[in-house]
Design a protein around this ligand. Sequence first.
Ligand code: 9MR
Length: 358
Amino acid sequence: MKLFRYLTFFVLSATGGVSAQSDAGLKDYYKDYFPIGTAVSPAMMSPGDDANLILAHFNSMTAENAMKMGPIHPAENRYNWAPADKIADFAVTHGLKLRGHALCWHHQTPDWFFVDASGKEVTKEVLLERLRQHIFNVVGRYKGKVYAWDVVNEAVPDGSESGLYRKSKFYEIIGETYIEKAFEFAHEADPDALLFYNDYNTENASKRERIYQLVKQLKAKGVPIHGIGLQGHWSIYEPTAEELETSIIRFAELGLQIHITELDVSVYPKEHERRERRADDVSQFTAETETRQAEHYRMLFEIFRKHKDKVRSVTFWNLSDKASWLDNFPVQGRKDYPLLFDQKNLPKKAYQSVISFK
Ligand code: 9MR
C-alpha cells in the first residue's frame, strides 16, 4: 500500500499536475486511518460523473438533506422515504458506510411538528411523543444500513448568545431534557448505532467549552452518546492547527470518538450568519488562494492523521466545487471553491496535498 502511494505521488509530482494518474482514490490513501465520506443528494446516485467520483474516492456517505426532519417527515402521518432510500440502497449496493444526518435539529424542522390541528403550540408531552415516533421510524427504517447517527445537531448557541442551550422550539417547549431524550430514543431504536452530538464552530474557545460541558453532563447522566461530530465548516483563514488539536484532545477526554462530519474550506473569511451581497464580494479563486487552500488542507489532514486513534471518520460536505451549499451562504450567489475536486470533478492542488504524506 505504501509503495503504491509513493508511486502515485511520484507520477503526480513528475507531471507537476494534479490529474488522477492512478486508480487509487482518497479512501485508498486513508485506508489505514479512517473512512473518507462525502455529503450526497439522491440525484448523485444515478449513473454519471458524480456517482463515478463517489465510487473512486469515498467509502462513506451522508445524505446532505434527504434524512433531515423536514424532507423525510413533511406531515404528521407521511414520510418521504424514496430520496433517502435511494442513498441507502446505493451505499448497500456499493459497500459504502452511511452516516445518518440528522434526527433533531432546530433548522429544517417541518412546521407541523410544533403545532396541533388548530395551529396552537403543542405541549411538552405531545412534542416528546412526536420526537420519539420520528426517531423510531427513521432510525428503525435504516437499521443495519446507517452505522452512526447525528442525533442532536447544533444545540449550543454561538458566542454572541450565552448559555449552554440554543433557544430552539425543542428547548422552549420541552426544556433541556429534549437532548437526552433524543439520544435515548435513538439508542432504543437501534442499540448498535453510534450516536453523535454534532456542531460547528467547535474551535471557538467559548463554544468548545460549552459543548464539552453539555456532553459531560450527558455522560454523567448515563445518556447513550458515543461521539462528537466536528462539522469542520472552516476557511483558509481558520482554524489554526493548535485550535483544532485542542478541540480534538478536549472532546476525546470525554471518552468519545470524534468524527469530522461536514468538512469544507471556504476561500472567504468564515461567517456564520447569512447577509446581503456587498460590492466587494467578488467571487474568485486565484492561484494564490488555491495554494493557500492546499496548505490549509495539508495541515488539517496532518492533524487528523496524527490523532487517528480519536478521529474515526472524515466526511466532506458536498462532492466537488461544481455545487456547494457555500455558493449561497453566507452570501447568495457568491461562488465558493471549498472542496478537493474542481467544477469539472477533477482533483485540485488541495487534493494532492491531502494524499501526499508518508
Ligand atoms: O448543505 C445543506 C443545505 O443544502 C441546506 O439547504 C441547509 C439547510 O439549512 O443545510 C445544509 O447542511 C447543513 C447541515 O445539515 C448542518 N450543518 C450545517 C450545514 C450547512 O448549512
